[in-house]
Design a protein. Structure first.
Length: 442
């Protein structure tokens, strides 16, 4: 007997992904090989513990799978230690706190509204509830010797003032390359651990298209989907520099993940991570990583040509961040996201530096190219997509976010109903669907 309800929904989601074009920077399409292992019989096994030291019997094969995943991660990123058991990025990051800090210790991370991640000490996260979180921001415009958004002098002064035990470098919304060496200098000066969260750029690093934090950080964490193109999961790695600071750091990471934060690992997930790492070790992946950035830059150029303002004025990675504050008003990100949904372009609303609204009604959008690149699209397709985005954003200019919170929900619903009837929106939706059909899912 088949569960037709869920199978039908899977079919609908397949149709949605085929018809539309995913532009969410934190998403990607795993290969059929990754997905096949993810749904294999490995999901039936329970393997609490680590290879050669399991609580349950019958883990001989599982041990081999996990060791292969560890070795591939070490080879791909050039590190001496890797734990591949974290269920996702959040527990992976929290394990770093457990391994390096005590409750109440001071930590530093990039502000959420400035592009940081919840687990880097945002006020509603457990990482701020159990630790003394001090956040650093970004500049509104690029500057300094790297022409980037970080004010290293200000971050250094803050670190010297609060003396953190742990400093995070890494973001969810940052369109430029990271200069990890600058953060390393600051961490070393105050004696802090430096943890690099490369979840967004891991695939670019693996493909040689983005600088690696491995020579500079003590710990590196990453999710395994996004640009790495694997299943949902995560890896925590310790570098040679980390071993020099604390030779027991790998053991502390292992203990933090199990039994500190998790039970038995998801063995099917571990195997799928191993397959994704195998794929990332192939020469073709380097070509893919470079294409992701090339596509992002082509898209950025088209958006700027259409008069849109980009955070940092450019992109050096897989994402383009559009600031709609001056062109559409504070809080316009919600209208942009919903309007593009109507033409089958999927992205997410996002806060921008100097945000004048809130994370729930932000003033920008984040656009990513990993999925479109995986499907085989190139600069020509990015130009077409960019032109449609510009046209849609022109249509939504008359709509402004109500000042009163109580009025916003009804106003946004009315906006969607109104725009759904627009002839230009319907026409552009057909164009996107036609473009999507030219590039089948992996």
């Amino acid at each position: 007997m088949k569960d037709t309800q869920i199978y039908d929904l899977v079919k609908k989601e397949t149709q949605r992904q085929t018809r539309g074009i995913e532009l969410i920077a934190s998403e990607n399409y795993a290969s059929r090989h990754v997905r096949a292992v993810l749904s294999s019989v490995l999901t039936n096994k329970y393997s609490e513990g680590y290879p050669k030291a399991r609580y349950y019997g019958g883990n001989e094969v599982i041990d081999e799978v996990e060791i292969i995943a560890q070795e591939r991660a070490k080879k791909l990123f050039g590190v001496p230690f890797a734990n591949v058991q974290p269920y996702s990025g959040s527990p992976a990051n929290f394990s770093v706190y457990v391994a390096t800090c005590k409750p109440g210790d001071t930590i530093m991370g990039q502000e959420l509204t400035a592009g940081g991640h919840l687990t880097h000490g945002y006020k509603v996260s457990a990482t701020a509830l159990f630790f003394n979180s001090v956040q650093y921001g970004v500049r509104s415009k690029p500057g300094g010797k790297h022409n980037d958004l970080f004010d290293y002098a200000a971050i250094r002064a803050l670190a010297k003032k609060v003396k953190p035990k742990l400093i995070w470098v890494g973001a969810t919304t940052y369109p430029l390359a990271f200069h990890y060496e600058e953060f390393a200098k600051i961490a070393d000066e105050v004696g802090a651990y430096l943890a690099a969260d490369i979840a967004h750029v891991a695939g670019l690093i693996a493909g040689g298209a983005h600088p690696s934090p491995v020579p500079y950080a003590h710990i590196v964490t990453t999710t395994t989907h996004k640009t790495l193109r694997g299943p949902r999961g995560a890896i925590v790695m310790v570098t040679e520099k980390g071993l020099k600071k604390d030779p027991d750091l790998p053991a502390k990471i292992n203990k933090a993940i199990f039994p500190g934060l998790q039970g038995g690992p998801h063995d099917n997930q571990t195997a799928a991570i191993a397959v994704a790492l195998f794929e990332a070790l192939q020469p073709s992946f380097k070509t893919y990583a470079k294409k992701v950035i090339k596509n992002a830059q082509a898209l950025a150029a088209e958006l700027q040509k259409g008069g849109l303002n980009l955070v940092a004025g450019r992109t050096e990675n897989h994402q383009v961040v559009v600031d709609l504050t001056s062109t559409h008003g504070p809080g316009a990100g919600i209208f942009a996201e919903k309007a593009l949904d109507l033409v089958y372009l999927t992205l997410n609303k996002n806060s921008v530096p100097g945000e004048q609204s809130s994370p729930f009604y932000p003033s920008g959008v984040r656009i990513g190219t990993p999925v479109a690149t995986t499907r085989g699209m190139g600069p020509a397709e990015m130009k077409k997509i960019g032109a449609i985005i510009v046209a849609v954003f022109e249509l939504i200019k008359p709509y402004k976010l109500p000042q009163k919170l109580s009025e916003r929900s009804a106003y946004i619903d009315a906006f969607v109903k109104d725009l759904a009837q627009n002839k230009d929106i319907k026409r552009m939706g057909k164009q996107v669907a036609a473009l999507g059909r030219q590039f089948p899912l992996v």
